[in-house]
Design a protein. Structure first.
Length: 160
């Protein structure tokens, strides 16, 4: 039987419990889910790519079925390099849809066999985003229910 491989790309700055929820759902439809962190992001990140890779590997306990990689340049080029896996994205609220829809159609224009599957996280994560988590942490708010423990510790260290 051929292995079903999916690619879960994103900034993951940092990974939240919402991302983890999407990952656990992804495991039901793919044998291997590659987490891929974008390197050339125009946003100024809180964590370096190396820090994010290390944190996510720790959270996923170096599970061989969820390798963590980084990529540069266009997502479609990385997809081609990996042999055309299906791409996974989380969809929380309607505003995500507009961005995702535009991105999917552009990716398909660039690479006609590009395929994307959207997974909805549990409703308790619909309001969780990496940027909000960072803002709340910066302003002294409580984020321990929003991110896994290694992320919580890393944010605390960064913000101190
Ligand atoms: O977690 P994010 O920030 O929503 O992830 C966005 C990501 C990394 C999936 C997207 O920005 C991306 O694919 N960037 C790579 C560059 C690219 O291919 N741009 C054209 C997309 S239409």
């Amino acid at each position: 039987m051929t292995e079903r491989i999916a690619l879960y790309p994103g900034s993951f700055d940092p990974l939240t419990n919402g991302h983890l929820d999407v990952l656990s759902r992804a495991r039901r439809i793919a044998d291997r889910v590659i987490v891929a962190i974008l390197e050339n992001d125009s946003k100024t990140p809180l964590f370096t790519v190396a820090e994010r890779i290390e944190m996510i590997r720790e959270i996923l306990k170096d599970d061989p079925s969820t390798p963590v990689l980084s990529f540069n340049g266009l997502l479609v080029d990385f997809v081609k390099k990996l042999g055309d896996p299906v791409v996974l994205r989380g969809l929380r609220v309607l505003s995500d849809f507009e961005y995702e829809f535009q991105m999917a159609l552009m990716n398909r224009k660039l690479h006609p066999s590009f395929e994307v599957v959207y997974l909805m996280p549990d409703e308790k994560y619909t309001y969780v985003s990496s940027s909000m988590v960072k803002e709340i942490a910066r302003l002294g708010g409580k984020i321990d229910e929003l991110v896994p423990a290694p992320v919580l510790n890393a944010i605390r260290k960064k913000i101190q």
